[in-house]
Structures are given as C-alpha cells and as structure tokens.
Design a binder for this molecule. Structure first.
Ligand code: 5GP
Length: 125
C-alpha cells in the first residue's frame, strides 16, 4: 500500500531498521549523511537505494525540513554512488516516489538509482 507522504515519521519502518543495523542489507556506500544499498527486488541490472540518515518520510518532508548540510550531503552521496558504480558514461536514472500517486511504499525517503541497461520510457505507457 502506498504511504501518505504527510504522515509523521515512524522509526519502525524497514529502512530505519536497516540504518540501525537491525536487519541486513547489501550496503554499497555510507557517509555521515547517507546510506546506499541494493534494492531487495532489483528492477534493473543496477538498482540501488540511497537514503538520508535523518528521519524524513519523503522527498517533500526532506526538502521542507532538512538542514542545508544534510541536503547537500545527500545529493552528493547520490552522485558519488552513481560515479562509483560506473554509471555516468552509460547513463542512469534517479527516481523518488512520493506518496500515493508516486507509489511510495516505504516511509523513509529513498532515491532509486537505476542503470546497467537502456531504461526505456520514463513512465509505463
Ligand atoms: P518505493 O515504492 O517506496 O519507492 O520503493 C521501495 C523499494 O524498497 C522497493 O523497490 C522494494 O523492493 C525495496 N525494499 C523493500 N523492502 C526492502 C528491504 O527490506 N531491503 C531492501 N534492500 N529493499 C527493500
């Protein structure tokens, strides 16, 4: 079920538990502001999720409330992971599903990083 992007942050969500090390994930990068790990159900040869370490429900919540240093750190981490994965020359796609129409399932902001093949049209037709 998609989440309500205006809901309060719930620190029992699955990505909060991954951040706390309570459940495993195939981690690829971590710094002060962000953690990146492989999606459990990859939809492309490379499908990585990048999450901020702070408690933000969605892109809306993050962009409205996060301090500038956290926003900069998170954006830089996404770019760093894409470079580290060798995705810049072939190209890649970022996606941040937000709330009901966005189809967001996990109520902790995550950016999907897709690559490894031509990704086709931006939305299903
Ligand atoms: P959303 O639809 O919220 O944008 O995407 C949530 C993503 O999280 C999905 O692609 C789903 O496969 C992934 N996911 C859900 N639970 C887990 C988990 O426990 N571990 C990992 N690594 N990915 C998960």
């Amino acid at each position: 079920m998609p989440i309500d992007a205006t809901q309060a942050y719930d620190d029992t969500n699955i990505f909060a538990r991954i951040l706390r090390g309570e459940i495993p994930a195939r981690r690829v990068y971590e710094d002060d502001h962000a953690l990146a790990f492989h999606d459990i159900h990859p939809q492309a040869p490379v499908h990585i999720l990048v999450i901020p370490k702070g408690p933000y429900v969605s892109w809306d919540d993050f962009s409205a409330r996060a301090p500038a240093a956290e926003i900069a750190g998170f954006v830089r981490a996404v770019g760093h992971v894409a470079r580290e994965q060798g995705l810049v020359a072939p190209g890649y796609r970022l996606l941040a599903n937000t709330g009901g129409h966005g189809g967001q399932e996990v109520p902790h902001l995550h950016v999907h990083l897709f690559g490894g093949r031509g990704l086709g049209p931006m939305l299903a037709r």
